[in-house]
Design a protein around this ligand. Sequence first.
Ligand code: NAP
Length: 245
Amino acid sequence: MSGKNIVVTGGSKGIGKAIVETLAAEGNRVAFSYKSGKEASIQLADRLSKEGSFVWAFQADVSDAAQVEEFISFAKAKLGDIDVLVNNAGITRDKSLFIMPKEDWDDVIATNLTGYYNMTRALIGYFMKSKKGCVVNISSVGGFTGVGGQTNYCASKAGIIGFTKALAREVAKTGVRAVCVAPGFIETDMTAKMNEKHLEEIKRTVPLGRLGSAREVADLVSFLISDKARYITGSIFTIDGGLSA
Ligand code: NAP
């Protein structure tokens, strides 16, 4: 039982939900945000609380700095202290670039990149002052391989990699770590939007022969925030069944 106080963005479903469930089951206290999945988030927090965990949900759009401040105040009130930030909330708006409206570009950058900035900016001074803390940023294999139809998404995910490396160097001397997780294809609503035929093709190209589960990503996050990972910072951890090997 590590008993850390953890903030997670986008915990209503998918990878974020699995991170909340896994970290709560390991004895950590978790405050998570959501944007539109109010019912699912309240149900998740209620269920985990009934099971004996300490979990709270809060509605906050990560792309809105004022809402992020409210979420951090809420998290501090519930958790007391904060040890870990997991930036997970992300969206896709897939289209070939030659027909991509500016709105789809802006939405993806605002959530996937500026959202990570907003959350990290709101907490990093606190971590540095506390001389501890860990930031885990969920990027994507697409951030370094590129995926056709996802220029906006891949740009945001590549940005997160650079952001994490720069941040890790900047805060290392204060005892704060920053790491990045780059999943391949994971079974969530995000991949459920892809067409069946394309998904079958992907499974054939993944050396392990299947999509990953959200729980498998959560297990990696669990390791990275633990004291076992105390000498790790600025690193990118690919979890993709061998896809980018
Ligand atoms: P998902 O099932 O679609 O869940 C996305 C989560 O992000 C939801 O909880 C959603 O909340 C939240 N969210 C979206 N926009 C938000 C905003 N503006 N403010 C706050 N929360 C917001 O996606 P997922 O597959 O779990 O993806 C999670 C992360 O992993 C993303 O960063 C994604 O890019 C990354 N990733 C996923 C895969 C994959 O194959 N699934 C692969 C590589 C990387 P609401 O439901 O409340 O809107």
